[in-house]
Write a protein that binds this ligand. Sequence first.
Ligand code: PLP
Length: 405
Amino acid sequence: METPELLELAQTRLLATYRPQGIVLARGRGAELFDVEGRRYLDFCAGVAVCCLGHGHPELTRTIGEQAVRLMQVSNYFYNEENILLADELCRATGFDRAFFCNSGAEANEAVLKLARRHFHQLGQTERVRLICFERAFHGRTMATVTMGGTEAYRVGFGPPLAGIVHVPYGDLEAVRAQMGSDVAAIHVEPVQGEGGVLPAPTGFLAGLRQLADEHGALLTMDEVQTGIGRTGTMLAAEQFGVRADAVALAKGLGGGFPIGAMLVRETLADSLPTGTHGSTFGGNPLASAAARTVLRVVHEEGLMQRARARGNRLQAGLADVAARHPKLCRGERGLGLLRALVLQENVQARDLLGPARERGLLITAAGATALRFTPPLIVSEAEVDEAVAKLDETLTAVGTAIEG
Ligand SMILES: Cc1ncc(COP(=O)(O)O)c(C=O)c1O
């Protein structure tokens, strides 16, 4: 089918929860995508920081094909080898001790919330149920995770939110301190707020949270769904801040495009979710586990964390240059590794630039109202980074001319 017919069908058959751009993507290779008409795009979205190995990576596609033939799903009534080995490899790669597997970032965050509360319940501290979360945070779209998230609009109309969750400004240690008490189970934080606008934690913030959690006997838990698996240049972004969480939520890059989520915990929390207290039918299935094992291996073998740092620096320099060339539209850039944003002036809406960039063959996303987000695959080449920056520059020149005209 051709694009107009497909778009018409989509409009009648899909719930309108999203506002997708008016192209229909058909195939990809590396950091390139092609639509059903064969037009080429540079993919600086990568499934929103998911396709870390790019599209059609031979090792990942081979693993998925072979594992699909061998065994896809057995349920958690039985062990499967791929999942046991993934748990071991993921713990070794991150320094955590135990894993719980699920299928998405929201599910991983929800597991963290349940773990934190149940941990203290196990210890007889049943009053410790409160969770301290952050304004502009994003943790997913289930009822619990929209309550944990900092965007009020995502909660409107869905009835009473989960009780016991408070939000304080990101980066404000004093605001966190003011909320601490014997009823706090956990502080839950993204080391770089992704959807909130690509905001790296200010210096000393995560270390300060660690200290506050320790002083008050609470847990420090992290959401590395967007930042994890090398995206920011290290396996977990928290490493760059010198801070260790008690539990972390992962998803996105872990499967390189195949759906999988995980919660990793320290050994001290090994008994916090006893048998029967939590579960997921598809969690840890052999197919997703095999995909994630290959992702971890390729990230190491191809040096993708170093590459995320090097390409991230190049992208940062390019974005800074573009921002300087278009001061009427841009305020600057920010980010870490290959999670980057061009920050726009208050009167410029990021989502208004997505179409003009796409028309020039560049796919990017908005993060918050005024940040254009760049999350290319970690395998992106220098030439592709330069090409994306050139297309961005063209886009801003055209948009700037249109505004002035
Ligand atoms: C930091 C963070 N946490 C959680 C989620 C939710 O993940 P999922 O959409 O897989 O449920 C996202 C998705 O963008 C995210 O960026």
